[in-house]
Ligand binder design. Structure first.
Ligand code: C2E
Ligand code: CA
Ligand code: CA
Length: 687
């Protein structure tokens, strides 16, 4: 063992990557010789490599934010590792590096960050080397700016099983819709904008195969994609048929194979139960740690569950975080003991290599044969439905299917189906709720709220249908439809009255991470000529907001266009004021649960008062939601929160009524006073 410096030196110089070690302030403690040589060769500034210089100061402004964020996340311990793609620019070109950030203990109590920089190959692509490409062993294709196929070699064509002529000119996401939302999809969108290259490995579930994929921006404005099967992965060698039916991680049957096995067991007519298990926080574990740890946890859970099964019983992996167990039992005995053992597995923390043990919560739903159904498909759906019921409870919980759920299920299926159809025809529309400045009586803004009078089910609460749309992925269809209607409405009213108030639209967490949604939003704003300063998006506190780089990029893109961002339901989620510092948030919406404590709970009143003071002090706008009583409005005004939304002023109104009340008499001050019932009340009080 040598000194700490010698140990660092040894560690760094044995790596193939270039390495830079920073202290908590971003000052360079050590640079590997390879990195120093590289910087010297490319005449990069000393700030990028020299010991005692501040590394952050040597970066370009656009890179500084990303790097600082990565360093801070590592130092705070909120992530164990971070990777990003960054170009290093020279006079007339750039090299691209994949940079990995990890924590590093510099000395006793002194934490730093180590950066591993791995160069990424650039693939120059133009027509002159097409011949070379054709003869390459990798499958290769090219996409134009609209992501339409414009070239593919015969290897790619035979891999897809689609003739070259058929693919050329068609859009990749339309031909392969199941690629939406994959890392590959996200990377393509990213590279299309950033015009760089990236190499990564991706698991393609439809073929149960890993691929090494290289995507690079082409000179003609599109992308070139190379891909090759990665045979070495996981050491699993299964024949083609077996591959297609087995989950690579657990080795369990996938949905298709499980259904076949279930049919076979049904033929034996012995009683059994299905336990449908959803790992509640698994997605968050993947986001918080990384996929390797996620995979490790999944494998351990599967192995523990497998120990509970007899050789005659079976299990399957239905989806990303959903498992199913089939437990045979006597008709009368039921499955109480078995389900207790399953729940025990989720009560214990799972030990992991190199990091602390993690507890995974599970929601478990159970259906039984022959009590509930003798159809394999129905038994799975019923167990899933019971699982959804269990999910409503906090922490790990368990729910047994009962006939009442059948009604819920039918209702849900009707809603699911209608959500993917023509929404106007099925009674979908919107209402507008004003936000009023309680001092001037002026209209400060308006929130769009979806409404649905379903032809068969009658009025459905937005809480119910938004939730289903979010879970089933139809939320983008619904929001696209809503934006079209609302923007066309705003457009017509601007033409007629010359103005329209700032309009807030609710955006769910899954849309926040979708570049497609934001492209759609910008496209529709353009189409209807909507001034960006009239639009506000309302987002809620959620894990995506905290940890997703993609969300941050999307929100920054909104800001850059002039669209403002409001943080909805403040006071119900994590409620961390850190959001206000880290995210581009213009406005806070104080939740109704805060407001309704006014007059009842002095402690909550004190918290609310200081919160309002703080929000005002950082120049963030604010709205109080769910203001129902004049006494609440008085308290809010005195505390410094002047804009209110709530039944005291108006319920969400049909658009025509909103126009009549708020747009027709906009410049009439007496009308403004009329708008504010609270002002009239207070005036009478103080008179
Ligand atoms: P939210 O975004 O917090 O919307 C405010 C909710 O409070 C609305 O409920 C509104 O009608 C209600 N509200 C307003 N003032 C008062 C009041 O003084 N007292 C009481 N008790 N309630 C008041 P609504 O319209 O039922 O919507 C419920 C939730 O559904 C919304 O909560 C929002 O999260 C979601 N939602 C509605 N429309 C959409 C939409 O188009 N897209 C998305 N993503 N979510 C939507
Ligand atoms: Ca809202
Ligand atoms: Ca709200």
């Amino acid at each position: 063992m040598g000194t700490v410096e010698q140990q660092i030196q040894q560690l760094i110089e044995t790596r193939e990557d270039f390495v830079v070690l920073l202290n908590a302030s971003g000052v360079i403690i050590h640079s590997s010789q390879g990195w120093v040589d590289y910087c010297d060769q490319h005449r990069l500034p000393e700030k990028q490599w020299k010991v005692h210089e501040n590394y952050i100061d040597g970066l370009t402004v656009d890179q500084r934010f990303n790097v600082m964020q990565s360093v801070q996340e590592i130092l705070s311990g909120s992530v164990a590792e971070r990777s990003e793609l960054l170009p290093i620019r020279f006079a007339d070109s750039a090299d691209h590096f994949s940079i990995k950030y990890q924590p590093f203990l510099i000395g006793p109590g002194e934490h730093g960050v180590i950066l591993y920089k791995h160069p990424i190959l650039q693939f120059p692509v133009d027509s002159s080397n097409e011949v070379v490409l054709k003869s390459m062993t990798d499958a290769f294709y090219m996409l134009d700016e609209q992501m339409n196929f414009c070239y593919l070699n015969s290897k790619a064509s035979s891999f897809f099983g689609i003739a070259k002529d058929e693919l050329i000119g068609s859009n990749i996401w339309e031909v392969f819709p199941h690629l939406a939302g994959t890392t590959f999809h996200e990377n393509c969108i990213h590279l299309m904008q950033k015009r760089t290259s990236l190499q990564f490995e991706e698991y393609y579930s439809a073929l149960n195969t890993w691929f090494t994929v290289k995507v690079t921006a082409t000179k003609s404005g599109g992308l070139g994609v190379y891909f090759q099967e990665t045979a070495k992965h996981h050491g699993i060698r299964l024949d083609h048929q077996e591959c297609a039916n087995t989950d690579y991680l657990t080795g369990w049957p996938n949905r298709r194979k499980f259904e076949v096995q279930l049919e076979q067991i049904l033929e034996k007519k012995t009683a059994f139960s299905l336990l449908y298990i959803n790992l509640d926080n698994f997605k968050h574990i993947n986001t918080l740690y990384n996929h390797k740890i996620g995979d490790q946890i999944f494998k351990k859970i599967a192995a523990n569950l497998e120990k509970l099964l007899s050789p005659q019983e079976t299990a399957g992996r239905l989806d990303g975080d959903e498992l199913i167990l089939l437990h045979l039992h006597k008709k009368t005995a039921g499955i109480r003991d078995f389900s207790r053992s399953v729940r025990k597995i989720f009560e214990q923390a799972i030990p992991l290599d190199n990091t602390q043990a993690i507890t995974v919560n599970a929601s478990i739903g159970v259906s039984s044969y022959p009590e509930h159904s003798s159809s394999a498909e129905e038994l799975i759906i019923f167990a899933e439905n019971a699982m959804r019921e269990a999910k409503k409870q906090p922490h790990s919980s368990y729910s047994y299917f009962h006939s009442g759920m059948k009604m819920d299920l039918v209702r849900r299926l009707v809603i699911e189906k209608s959500l993917s159809e023509n929404l106007t025809a099925s009674g979908f529309h919107f209402a507008l709720q004003p936000q009023i400045n309680c001092v001037s009586g002026e209209l400060a803004g308006v929130e769009v709220l979806s409404r649905w009078d379903h032809p068969k089910l009658g009025p459905i609460s937005p809480f119910e249908f938004i939730n289903i749309a979010e879970e089933t992925g139809t939320i983008s269809h619904l929001t696209h439809h809503l934006l079209n209607e609302v923007f066309s409405f705003i457009h017509n009213n601007i033409i007629r009255y010359g103005h329209f108030p700032k309009t807030a639209i609710n955006v769910t967490p899954s849309l926040l991470t979708s570049p497609r949604f934001f492209e759609d939003l910008f496209f529709l704003m353009n189409k209807y000529n909507i001034p960006p300063e009239l639009i506000e998006i309302e987002i809620t506190e959620c894990i995506e907001l905290t940890f997703s780089e993609m969300t941050l990029q999307n929100l920054l893109a909104c800001k850059a266009k002039g669209i403002s961002i409001a943080l909805d339901d403040f006071g119900t989620g994590f409620s961390t004021l850190a959001y206000l510092m880290e995210f581009p948030i213009d406005k806070i919406k104080l939740d109704k649960s805060f407001i309704s404590k006014i007059g009842h709970d002095p402690k909550s009143e004190a918290v609310l008062k200081s919160l309002i003071k703080f929000i005002n002090s950082i120049d963030c706008r604010m709205v109080a939601e769910g203001v129902e009583l004049a006494s609440e409005a008085v308290f809010l005004e005195e505390s410094g929160c002047l804009v209110h939304q709530g039944y005291l002023y108006d319920k969400p109104l049909p658009p025509e009524n909103f126009i009549r009340k708020y747009l027709l008499n906009y410049n009439d001050t007496t009308a403004k006073n009329r708008l504010n019932p609270f002002k009239q009340t207070t005036l009478t009080w103080f008179a």
